[in-house]
Structures are given as structure tokens and as C-alpha cells.
Write a protein that binds this ligand. Structure first.
Ligand SMILES: *Cc1c(COP(=O)(O)O)cnc(C)c1O
Length: 526
């Protein structure tokens, strides 16, 4: 933003006699000043509206940590002024906006979080000022009711009979995955909540996960006491889905080694390429082993709201539990995760211990709808309200339309890149995630992987596009996630052109340096 505009806004912000610097009293009341709040909020809203209506192509502006530390530290000096400093407020907000990933820009293609439906952000502020901590009915009445209403809505999409299943909200899929695994452990590894895992057992409890499972899934065994040595990695097919036949063989082998698989965790939308595991086959496999089936549908679970995309989740209804992140493909502020259990009554078995200062001995109509006993969290943001609000205002189509568009656009990006002679696109996208390799003539093997990493870094440093990268079977690939519905094919072409430009620079530099025996390292560095 230009200096002049900042000054204009600051004038508004500083106007009015009641909150000028000189008149500030160092009493607590002055920190809770309503006029300061109004002025700050008006300024921020204008600033955000300005940001949302811009059409710049921007990724992220990375700064060196020492520089950012110095700038941020600078804003902390004289913090006991005892009054509202409009200029400092503006400077802090600007620094925040400057350093963030530009999720509303067409250059943002690198991550799984979305720009949010703007009205939900307004509600987010209201919810911060008038909180409804969501674990207890007394504190979060509407939050707990909204949980039940969204549960109903999604139950219809899943096809589960009303009243037969349940849903809890958590702050993130990482927590949801762990919570579901705890329910599985408490159910199948008898006595483990009190006696631990060793209690009277000759076999070792184990968890099976796909090779491309999210890192939150890979960590679960360590967290819930099963131990990372008891994680069985299930092999993938050529579309990077768990291969049921080979998985069955792996599980049989594990069983003969004394491992007792009590939980199988599949994915609907792997982080790497957005692949959906074959759920009907895996449900049958879990049943055969006597294991719980949890599906990490953090990314693709949102397909439930779309008639066109829902068939891609076939078999999800067979899972014992699954989670989906509304803060990803349902476009509400983070964090908002829905965790579903196929059988009602199981959610509260995750945490069997109940303390009297928060839980009453007998359930009544109010405590019956609260989520506290089913949740790891105590104070919990009522994040469900953002989803409920957007759903109430706009209905299903708002979500389905954007999601379908993103998936269609990703397919178009696949076709476009696959048509280029110098791009390799190894997997057809099942979602809005696409991996690809830029291969200039004559670059192969380790140098090709090294080049992708160098390209990700250079493109990111250029500030126009933000891409990510992923290592799959020893090959580094570039990765895009289309979360912004404004991105069109011309943006994909622009991104590809920028990649080519950087690749030419790298290779030319190397040719010159090569003569001086100092080529840039084109080896994988991670
Ligand atoms: C994002 C993601 C997670 C982690 O979810 P958080 O909400 O960030 O905790 C887990 N699994 C998959 C497949 C994801 O895409």
C-alpha cells in the first residue's frame, strides 16, 4: 500500500478526541476501549476489502528470519505506552499481511489451505469477541447445536441412517486422526486405557497405514503408546493408492511376526497427489483382520457435498470413522475438522476418564448434546459456526460449485502440462492436487530431482507463484494445489513459462560455472 493511502486511513483511525495519545489513561479500561476497537476494525476491513479486490499475481514474499525479527522487534518497543497507537496497529497489520502467503492471488498454487468465504471471516471476529467455547453446552449453546445440524446434513450425503452415527469437531485433522485411533485402541486393545499396552498381552498391537499417509497419521503410533516400530506400511499401486492384494499379504506377514493389527488407516486424498484409496476393498480387509478402519479424508472428504464428486468416495460409508477438513476444501477459516463415527456412542470412548468439575454425574437434555466428553480439547474454538453460517447463507451449491471447478481446473492443468514436450505429468489427478516434473532436454536422474527443488526455490523467491514439491520414490516433483477458483489456464501457462525461464538460468549458470569447475549443486537436498 502506498504511504499516502496509509496516511489517509490513519487520519480516520486517529480522528476524534477521545482516543488521542495525550488523553490516554493507563487504566485497564483503556485497553478495552470500544472506540479504539471500532476504528481499528474499520481500518482493517477496508484494508482487507482492498486486498480481496486486487488482481496481482503473487505467491509469498519470504524474508530472512533475522530481518523479520528486527522489524517485528521494532514494533514492540515502548509497548507500555498505555494507550492505543493507531500507527503501530496499522504497521503490525501491514507486516502481517506482507509476510503471509497470498491465498487470494492467482499465484497461490502451493498449499492446501484456501482463501475463505469472506463473510465467515467477519463471523470469526464476532466469535472472538463474543466467544462460545464449544466443548460445554453452558458455554457454547449454538456451537453444540450447530455440530448436530451439520452432522445431520453430512449424514445424508454419507448415507448413514439418522441417529445411528455421530460427529465431533476437532481443531484439525491431525487431532481427529489421533482421536479416532484412540477409540480403536480402547476398543480392540482391551484394558489399554488403564493398564497400558503391555497389560497381559503376548502379541504386539500394531497400526497399518498407507505408504503415502499424512505425517500426522505416521506419528499416531508413537503418540498413543503403540510405538513407531509397530507401524506397518502398506504398499501402493501405480496410482499411489494402497494396493489391497499386496496389503493383504503384508498384513498376513505382520501377523505371523506377532503383530496384532487393530487399526487400518486409509486415505481419501493423499497429501502427495490427492489419491483415494480403494475403500470397499480396504473395509473388507480390515474386517478380515478384525481391525478398525479409519479414513483420513481431510482433503477429499469435502467431495461429499458434490453430486458429481461424491462417487469418488465410494466405500467411505463402510469406514468405522473418518475425518474431513472444512478449512481446506470447504473454504472456512482454520481450523475446522469434522470427525465421523459410523456407530453412535463410540466417540466418548476415546477419553473414558471424566472429571467432576466439568462433567455432571447424570446426563440431561443439555449435556447430552455437548461435545466435551468426546474431545481432547477443553477450551475449543466454535469453528463449526463458520461452516454452519456459510451453509445457512448459501447452501450446498456454494461449496460444490467451487470444489467442482477446482477439480475440473486441475484436470485441465494436467492436460495442458501433459501436452508440453518438456513437462512430465506422472499421475492423473483425482482431486485438485497435481504433481509434475520439468525436464529440459538432457537433464535426467539425480540432476532432474535437484533441478525441481532448485526451481521450487527460485519460483518461490521470485514472489509471483508459490508451488510446493514432493519426493515420490526418490524423484522430486513439483506440486500444485488449486485452491483458488480464480486461477485459469492462462495462470498455469504463466507458471510453466516462469519455470522454464528459471530452468534456462540454472542450466546456463551451470554451463558457465562448469568451465570454472563450480556448478550449482543439482543433487536432491532433502
Ligand atoms: C491437511 C491434512 C492433514 C492434517 O490436517 P490438519 O487439519 O492440518 O491438522 C492430515 N491428513 C491429510 C490427508 C491432510 O490433507
Amino acid at each position: 500500500m502506498s504511504g499516502a493511502t496509509t496516511m489517509d486511513r490513519l487520519y480516520v483511525l486517529e480522528g476524534g478526541s477521545s482516543y488521542r495519545r495525550q488523553t490516554c489513561a493507563p487504566e485497564t479500561e483503556s485497553f478495552f476501549n470500544v472506540q479504539d476497537f471500532s476504528a481499528a476494525a474499520h481500518w482493517a476491513i477496508e484494508r482487507i476489502a482492498d486486498m480481496l479486490s486486487r488482481d496481482d499475481v503473487e505467491g509469498v514474499r519470504l524474508q530472512r528470519p533475522v530481518d523479520l525479527m528486527a522489524r517485528a522487534r521494532n514494533l514492540m518497543t515502548a509497548a507500555d505506552l498505555g494507550c492505543f497507537d493507531a500507527r503501530r496497529f496499522a504497521d503490525i497489520l501491514e507486516l502481517y499481511l506482507e509476510t503471509g502467503i497470498k491465498v487470494n492471488s492467482r499465484g497461490y498454487m502451493g498449499r492446501q489451505f484456501s482463501s475463505v468465504m469472506p463473510v465467515t471471516a467477519v463471523f470469526e471476529m464476532v466469535a472472538a469477541m463474543a466467544p462460545q467455547p464449544a466443548s460445554y453446552y453452558e458455554a457454547g449453546q449454538l456451537a453444540n447445536i450447530a455440530d448436530r445440524l451439520i452432522e445431520e446434513v453430512f449424514g445424508r450425503f454419507i448415507g448413514w441412517p439418522p441417529g445411528s452415527f455421530e460427529m465431533v469437531t476437532t481443531s484439525g485433522a491431525s487431532l481427529a486422526n489421533m482421536t479416532a485411533a484412540l477409540v480403536a485402541r480402547n476398543r480392540y486393545v482391551s484394558g489399554s486405557w488403564s493398564g497400558g499396552l503391555a497389560a497381559g498381552r503376548s502379541t504386539r498391537p500394531a497400526v497399518a497405514v498407507g505408504q503415502d499417509a499424512h505425517f500426522s497419521v505416521s506419528r499416531i503410533a508413537g503418540i498413543i503408546g503403540v510405538g513407531q516400530d509397530q507401524v506397518i506400511r502398506l504398499p501402493l499401486n501405480d496410482r499411489r493408492q494402497i494396493c489391497p492384494e499386496r496389503a493383504a499379504a503384508t498384513l498376513d506377514e505382520a501377523a505371523t511376526e506377532g503383530l496384532d493389527i487393530f487399526c487400518l488407516i486409509a486415505s481419501a486424498g493423499t497429501t502427495a497427489i490427492g489419491a483415494n484409496d480403494p475403500l470397499p476393498e480396504l473395509a473388507a480387509l480390515a474386517k478380515r483382520c478384525g481391525a478398525w478402519l479409519h479414513v483420513d479424508a481431510a482433503h477429499n472428504g469435502a467431495f461429499l457435498v458434490s453430486d458429481r464428486l461424491r462417487p469418488r468416495l465410494a466405500g467411505l460409508e463402510l469406514a468405522d470413522s473418518f475425518c474431513l477438513d472444512a478449512h481446506k476444501a470447504l473454504f472456512v477459516p482454520a481450523l475446522c475438522t469434522l470427525l465421523f463415527y459410523r456407530e453412535k456412542g463410540l466417540a466418548e470412548t476415546a477419553f473414558p476418564h471424566k472429571d467432576s468439575y466439568v462433567f455432571d454425574p447424570f446426563e440431561d437434555e443439555m449435556t447430552a448434546v455437548q461435545s466435551g466428553v468426546k474431545n481432547f480439547e477443553c477450551t475449543k474454538r466454535p469453528a463449526i459456526l463458520n461452516l454452519w453460517l456459510a451453509w445457512s447463507l448459501y447452501g450446498r451449491r456454494a461449496f460444490a460449485d467451487k470444489l467442482e471447478h477446482l477439480v475440473m481446473m486441475t484436470k485441465a492443468a494436467h492436460d495442458y502440462l501433459a501436452d508440453q514436450p518438456d513437462f512430465i505429468v506422472p499421475y492423473r489427478p483425482e482431486s485438485n492436487i497435481l504433481c509434475f516434473i520439468h525436464q529440459p532436454l538432457g537433464v535426467c536422474g539425480n540432476r532432474l530431482s535437484g533441478l525441481q527443488l532448485e526451481l521450487r526455490n527460485r519460483v518461490r523467491a521470485g514472489g509471483r507463484y508459490l508451488l510446493s514439491k514432493v519426493d515420490l520414490d526418490g524423484q522430486t516433483m513439483l506440486r500444485i494445489v488449486l485452491m483458488n477458483h480464480r486461477i485459469g489456464l492462462s495462470d498455469i501457462a504463466g507458471m510453466a513459462a516462469e519455470i522454464r525461464r528459471h530452468a534456462r538460468d540454472v542450466l546456463e549458470n551451470n554451463a558457465t560455472r562448469g568451465k570454472q569447475n563450480r556448478p550449482i549443486r543439482l543433487q536432491p537436498q532433502e
